[in-house]
Design a protein around this ligand. Structure first.
Ligand SMILES: Nc1ncnc2c1ncn2[C@@H]1O[C@H](COP(=O)(O)OP(=O)(O)OP(=O)(O)O)[C@@H](O)[C@H]1O
Length: 427
């Protein structure tokens, strides 16, 4: 291309370029350790029963018969998404052999968290599978318009025998999650297109007795399929079957059992086990070392902890983050490490006023602060103030205050808040 603004050097010039040598002293197939990777069946450990159950739901669709829907429950990293994608993929493969049009759509409701976003994602997935030329508006229309593209008179699903929709992290939908499910089931009941619909809904919230979830659960005929956590041996077997992600011989003996044991400490979470192993590999790469050692696995475990906490904090509601910021600010500036709700509240009010222009009541802030104890970001307990004063609650931060403070606020808010607090002399 004569006027290409990005020049590509000649082959001769590239010969001595360090970029042309693939740095593979540690990883051979790094992609095997990514959380999105869906392994082949022989690499899936300890999920035969769950796979069989989901197969029973979806198999009919592969033969042109009506499939069933199901609800998958379990803590994070217990293989729910993996099993749903694995079985759906196989069903689609069998359908191709049978000349059956089985279309699959995967919607991550954490990312597409309103009914409109989820419906749009579903419509686009179906369109890409059936007719990539079919026009669907990107924005400016509501959920019903996206449902129409699927099952109105000339809708996409007229071309399909079955649709399998995986709604991952369905509890993250902001609206009543039951709504999207009832739209999907009603359209099939109404026989609008003659296309059978199966919904595989997935949730991390094992406690689904909350009202909305209960309605979601009741839209499925059978009991939820529960995914138990893995034990350390299963986690080690999962890691073992991905060890070809590494160059032969770089994993020192003891590395896989240690990563598995560390990941099993909280609840047996395969995502975390893989994350620890991948990070340990990256640390070895960074140090230009040729081996992944137990020491690096321990360091990776700490990183993984920090990453998890940062993610949990960023997902918090604005005022809960302001309250946590206030506690971290006090922890950083004072010599003590436990603070009463009143002390935190004084700082919180300044933070909330600067960032949101309003602050919540003392009681609300106490409730918000208590919520950080569950993911173990803080600790909170009653302390004796003597009989006359009565006991009162104190809060203690369990993480590095600098990391927590920068996770609580956006970069552009942070400096303004710090400047205002120093003017108020609240430290
Ligand atoms: N039984 C298993 N065998 C092999 N790999 C597994 C197994 N279970 C989970 N994994 C791997 O662990 C990671 C997380 O699994 P997955 O996303 O399926 O968990 P999940 O239960 O859906 O969790 P989350 O709710 O956090 O998404 C993925 O990389 C997946 O391939």
């Amino acid at each position: 291309m004569p006027n290409d603004p990005i020049p590509t050097p000649s082959i001769e010039d590239l010969e001595d370029d360090p970029m042309s040598t693939e740095d593979n002293s540690i990883f051979r197939r790094r992609e095997l350790l990514r959380p999105q990777h869906v392994p082949q069946k022989d690499r899936i450990v300890g999920r035969d029963g769950e796979i069989e159950t989901v197969e029973t739901l979806l198999k009919p669709a592969a033969f042109g018969d009506p499939p069933e829907s199901g609800f998958l429950f379990g803590k994070t990293g217990t293989g729910k998404s993996l099993v749903a994608k694995h079985v759906t993929g196989r069903a689609r493969g069998v359908a191709q052999i049978q000349n059956v049009d089985l279309v699959a759509a995967y919607v991550d409701c954490d990312q597409y968290n309103t009914e409109t976003r989820a419906a749009r994602k579903m419509a686009f997935e179906v369109r890409d599978a059936i007719d990539p030329e079919y026009y669907i508006p990107q924005e400016g229309v509501g959920a019903s318009r996206y449902y129409d593209t699927l099952w109105n008179a000339d809708g996409l699903l007229n071309e399909a025998d079955s649709l399998v929709v995986i709604l991952d992290e369905i509890d993250k939908l902001e609206m009543d999650a039951a709504e999207i499910l009832s739209k999907l089931s009603r359209s099939e009941e109404a026989g609008k297109t003659g296309c059978y619909i199966s919904v595989v809904a997935i949730s991390n919230k094992t406690d689904y007795t909350d009202a909305p979830d209960e309605r979601v659960a009741s839209s499925f005929q059978d009991d939820p399929i529960v995914f138990p956590p893995y034990d350390a041996n299963q986690l080690e077997a999962i890691l073992e079957r991905r060890s070809d992600a590494f160059v032969d011989g770089v994993l020192e003996t003891g590395v896989l059992p240690l990563a598995a044991a560390l990941a099993a400490r909280d609840h047996g979470d395969a995502r975390r086990a893989l994350d620890i192993l991948r990070t340990a590999g990256k640390l070895a790469e960074r140090d230009s070392s040729e081996s992944v050692t137990e020491e690096r696995v321990r360091a990776a475990d700490e990183y993984s902890d920090i990453n998890r906490s940062v993610q949990v904090i960023r997902n918090g509601t604005p005022h809960s983050r302001y309250a946590l910021f206030a506690l971290s600010y006090l922890t950083k500036s004072k010599l003590t490490d436990s603070f009463s709700t009143g002390e935190v509240y004084d700082v919180y009010r300044v933070v909330a006023d600067v960032t949101a222009g309003e602050s919540l009541s003392h009681q609300r802030v106490l409730d918000l602060l208590k919520k950080w104890t569950l993911p173990e970001i803080t600790e909170s307990r009653h302390t004796g103030g003597g009989k006359a004063e009565g006991s009162y609650r104190v809060h203690r931060l369990l993480h590095d205050p600098d990391i927590v403070m920068s996770s609580c606020l956006e970069d552009d808010e942070l400096q303004t808040v710090l400047d205002t607090l120093s003017k108020h002399q609240l430290s």
